[in-house]
Structure formats: C-alpha cells, structure tokens
Design a protein around this ligand. Structure first.
Ligand code: NAP
Length: 366
C-alpha cells in the first residue's frame, strides 16, 4: 500500500457500521500509512471523549469529527458548502464510506428521503473531491425481500437475486434507488463503487442505533436480570439460576440467520475501497461471520448466560420445543409482553441506575 495521502470520509460515523469503519481506520487497517486523514461525519452531536475511538496512533494520521450535518437538508451544493467550511482538506478525499440511514414510517417516503441524502453526498463530492476513487455503502437482506411475509426468494440468498425483486417490493427499499443513483453519478468519473450486504450486524455505537439487535437483547436481558434480583456481581458463568424463556415461538427460534460483526463489515468495505478494479463497478457482496447460518435456539443459552441468566425454550403455550432446551415459563404479569414492550415498561430503571445512555436500539420498538 505504498500510495499515501488517502483521505477517508465516513458519513453516519456514529452508527453501527460507521463507528466500526472509523475504529478500523484508527487501528490502521489494513496497515499503517494506508490512510493519512479520516473525517467522521455525524448528524447528532458526538463528543470525541465519548466516542470510544482510539486516539490516532501516529502523527501521520489525523481524525476530524464533524457533527450536526443533517443530510436531509438542502442539496449537494449546500452540503458541499457546509463540508468546505467544516472539513480541513476536503478536496483531498479519496474514499467515501456512506453509512447513514434514516428510518421513516412510510417505506416509499423512506426511499425518497434516503435517496435524497445519498444524492447530496455524491453531488457534494463530485463538486469537492477531484481525487475521489471509491464509494462504498451497505445494503441489507431487506433488499432480498425478507420484509415480505414468507420472503421472496428461497435461501441461500445469492447476489444475482436482487435483480429479480418484484417491482412493487423494490420501490419500498432504498438499495435499488442507491444503485441507480451511483451508476448514473459515476458515469464518466474517475471513481467507482460497491455495495456490501450484511444480514444482522453485531456492533457498538456511542449513542444508540436504529437497528441494533445486540443493544436490543442487552436492554431486554439486563432489565430482566435486574428485575429478577440478578446483580452484576453474580453475573458470572456457572452461577446462573434464574431462567429466561426465549421470547418468541419455536418457528422463530429455529429460523436461520447470518450475523456479522460490524468490524468484519468495516474491514471488507475498507478492503473493497482499496481494490477498485476487483471490487468496483457496482458489484454486490454478501458478508457474514460464518458460511453456515445459525438460529436463536442455538445462541439463546449463551446470550442469556452473558447476563447471568439461564436461557430456556419458549413458554409452554408455544408449540414444540427448541433443540434440547427445557420448556420455559414466564412469571405472571410478564406473559404476553414482547421484549420491546418489556423494555418500554421498565426503561426508567436505566436512568434510575445512572445508565441513561442505554438508549434506543430501534429493534426494541418492533
Ligand atoms: N443494523 C443492522 O443489523 C443492519 C443490517 C443490514 C443492513 N443494515 C443497513 O446498514 C445501513 C446503516 O445502518 P446501521 O445499522 O449502521 O444504522 P444506525 O446504527 O442507525 O446508523 C445510522 C447512521 O445514520 C445517521 N443518520 C441518520 N439520519 C441522518 C441524517 N438525517 N443525516 C445524517 N446522518 C444521519 C445516524 O446518525 P444520528 O443517529 O446522529 O442521526 C447514524 O450515524 C442501513 O442502510 C441499514 O439498512 C443494517
């Protein structure tokens, strides 16, 4: 990686994937000297002291954190002006990592809003960044039709399937709109682009996330443990005695999914951005931690044990049994509460216990 002076800009840097991209760049992935500048852009304010990012390790790498950039505002020229004022050496940007996403209740409106945000970013960089080489963004399994009851395709989901998404479903997902936008915007330019497709992402954010399954389970299981008298000092492997039933039915527990760590997604996006010939031209790459998918039935006992609890199967009124797990029972008053409802009912406990940052995980609302 001899070429120096690469400047990465990360939009959505406080999100699950965006945080990990900045983290990996600061850890000098793939090797020292690959990048010399990182610009992290956020919408809500994040203090560097609360970001949990490493300090740049060498004086040949600098990090700028720019907050209060709402990508919905104005157009590309407006954004270009804001970035020109806020970011030192914006003209040297070589890699754009686009990880911003905003949830909107109406799906078609959500596509329009998110398309507008990406358009602003691309138009701004086409104005500002003559050395731009690569744009990387994440799609997701929603782009394979999983929001449609029963799904659209028969797994395994392969990259070519996205071209056969039914049109009425495709217009409810942002990713086809992103592809069309990037294909048009990159024509005749020096930069190219790719899409990376994760299923459920497991990672960290400094101030919550719209889509964090890990945060959702952490909220539910930590509140459940607290309410059943399990205290952090007793949250040690081998000492657990309080049971927590899987909060779903057997079909849910046996459904296959393919989690991926935000670190792995981040590393692949960085790698792709450095290999435009192999990874560019609008290619789509599925990504997962393991080749074989897993089920919640498999991981529930380990997940529960992390919080000092014993993970057991769904309550008896669900049909069947998960693997060899004992059938669980929920205490009176907690039956029929989904984890999201349980969190809503008890979330004040976080504030009372000085954990006011245990905020929204998005998944908790569904
Ligand atoms: N999480 C998953 O399991 C998962 C799985 C597959 C695919 N994906 C896809 O990955 C992409 C990123 O998701 P994520 O999980 O990283 O989401 P996330 O944790 O909620 O992060 C989204 C980021 O976008 C920023 N953002 C939201 N509205 C913005 C606005 N108006 N202007 C500027 N920035 C804005 C957020 O900043 P603020 O919070 O400050 O607004 C945050 O940094 C999405 O396309 C999502 O569908 C996610």
């Amino acid at each position: 990686m001899g070429e120096k002076l690469r400047h990465a800009i990360v939009f959505g840097a406080s999100g699950l994937i965006g945080w990990a991209v900045v983290d990996q760049l600061l850890r000098l992935y793939p090797e020292a000297g690959t990048f010399s500048k990182i610009t992290a852009v956020t919408n809500r304010k994040v203090k560097i002291s609360e970001s949990h990012w490493l300090e740049p390790r060498t004086d040949r790498l600098s990090l700028q954190l720019i907050s209060d950039i709402d990508l919905r505002r104005g157009d590309g020229a407006t954004l270009a002006e804001s970035l020109r004022r806020a970011v030192a050496d914006i003209h040297t940007v070589t890699q754009v990592f686009y990880l911003a996403f905003t949830s909107v209740p109406d799906s078609v409106e959500e596509v329009a809003t998110n398309r507008h945000m990406l358009q602003n970013v691309i138009d701004a960089h086409n104005l500002l960044s003559p050395n731009l080489q690569f744009v990387a963004f994440p799609g997701g399994t929603r782009g394979y039709g999983i929001y449609s009851l029963g799904g659209v395709f028969t797994p395994p989901l392969t990259e070519d399937m996205v071209n056969n998404l039914p049109p009425d479903y495709a217009e409810t997902v942002a990713y086809p709109a992103y592809r069309e936008l990037l294909k048009t915007a990159s024509e005749g330019r020096k930069w190219t682009w790719c899409e990376v497709c994760p299923d459920a992402i497991i990672g960290f954010t400094p101030n919550g996330s719209q889509f964090s399954l890990a945060l959702h389970w952490a909220q539910y299981l930590s509140l459940y443990a607290h309410n059943h008298g399990v205290r952090p000092s007793s949250q040690q492997a081998g000492k657990a005695s309080i049971e927590v039933p899987f909060p779903g039915n057997v079909a849910g527990a046996n459904s296959l999914f393919s989690p991926v760590s935000a670190t792995k997604v981040a590393r692949f996006m960085i790698y792709a951005s450095l290999h435009p010939n192999e990874c560019g031209d609008g290619q789509l790459f599925n990504i997962a931690d393991h080749e074989m998918p897993c089920t919640y039935g498999d991981i529930w006992p380990r997940l529960a044990n992390w919080f000092g609890l014993v993970g057991v199967g769904p309550p008896e009124d669900s049909q069947g049994q998960i693997n060899s797990l004992k059938v669980g029972e929920l205490p009176e008053g907690e039956r029929h509460l989904t984890p999201g409802e349980y969190i809503s009912k008890h979330r004040d406990i976080f504030t009372q216990r000085g954990r006011e940052k245990a905020v929204n995980s998005g998944a908790a609302e569904s």
